[in-house]
Design a protein around this ligand. Structure first.
Ligand code: 3HC
Length: 282
């Protein structure tokens, strides 16, 4: 089976990035949002990002225009009927993801692969509401999707070798490097990243150093592109808290227990870049 047409569910931060890399790699892409307003916002984000790619000399104006023509926005899942793969990038809510998976299972052609971009939820549980468990896997991209070279594949105990082989060919065609992880909360990257980010909040909370010094220390001492508190603002404090809670729920290990300050900042609406304020102001 050769993938020609890609469906993406959700055109938020991750969904719009996934649409962009797929369209730039030559695939026809159908992207679905829940409302026209959110769809237009997501499509605007793709245009902005591709224009930045042109400015930075990563793609030509002609390539951008050709990629743009391959993208079709919709508010209806039924427009995914001719897709060879559907990648769900909706909000991190299991009930919503399961309802999308069940509906798509009835819409997609029998050969199609169904993937989730979840960063922490159980992919096997999503597969359980479909009749194609062998064709379900996690395809976890990283933010910003057009820039970050990694994809984590999440293989469940149901995923077939054939599905993994097709997914591998697809990932390579997007120009990404791939790693494979079992279906456990956090997979590889977040399993290691989240305790580190939580520890950064803990040392800030206990007054070990200023936020600027914590970030400068890691940036210059370890050559990371961003310090941990800047990265938390970039990823979203709510997203990080959600992943930490999911990991704590599964492992009951204090390493994944969210520090009180993180929870309070989320409750106060200080979510990072997306809300204009997190550890820093934007
Ligand atoms: N298309 C193609 N390339 C683009 C682009 C676009 N739309 N936008 C930027 N680029 C390229 C630039 O040309 C540049 O490439 P070069 O190094 O070859 O010149 C590179 O991307 C960096 O872009 P900028 O110079 O504009 O930006 P910065 O140097 O400020 O870097 C950053 C920004 C890439 C976000 C960097 O700060 C970084 O890597 N931060 C860490 C990001 C990270 O850790 N992400 C993972 C988060 S965890 C996650 O996503 C998992 C989830 O489950 C939580």
């Amino acid at each position: 089976m050769k993938i020609k047409k890609v469906g993406v569910i959700g055109c938020g931060l991750m969904g719009s990035g996934i649409v962009e890399v797929c369209a730039r790699a030559g695939y026809e892409v159908v992207v679905r949002e829940v409302s026209d307003e959110l769809l237009q916002k997501g499509l605007g984000r793709i245009q902005q990002s591709m224009s930045k790619g042109v400015q930075k000399g990563k793609i030509t104006q002609e390539e951008m225009e050709a990629a743009w023509k391959r993208i079709k926005g919709t508010t209806s899942l039924s427009d995914m009927a001719a897709c060879d793969i559907a990648i769900e990038a909706a909000i991190e809510n299991m009930a919503i993801k399961k309802s999308i998976f069940a509906e798509l299972d009835g819409i997609l052609p029998p050969h199609a692969i169904l993937a989730s971009n979840t960063s922490s939820l159980c992919v096997t549980e999503m597969a359980s509401v479909t009749r194609r468990g062998d064709k379900v896997l996690g395809i976890h991209f990283f933010n910003p999707v057009p820039v970050m070279p990694l994809i984590e594949f999440v293989r469940t105990i149901l995923t077939s070798d054939e599905t993994m082989a097709i997914a591998h060919e697809f990932g390579a065609s997007l120009g990404k490097t791939m790693v494979i992880a079992k279906d456990t909360p956090g997979f590889i990257v977040n399993r290691l990243l989240v305790p580190y980010l939580l520890d950064a909040v803990r040392i800030y909370e206990e007054g070990l150093a200023s936020k600027e010094d914590i970030d400068t220390a890691i940036k210059l001492g370890l050559n990371h592109p961003m310090g941990p508190l800047t990265l938390l603002d970039f990823v979203g404090l709510d997203t990080t808290l959600f992943i930490a809670d999911a990991m704590y729920e599964e492992y009951k290990d204090p390493r994944y227990a969210a520090p009180p300050l993180l929870r309070r900042m989320v409750l106060a609406g200080q979510l990072g870049r997306k809300s204009g304020k997190g550890f820093y102001n934007y």
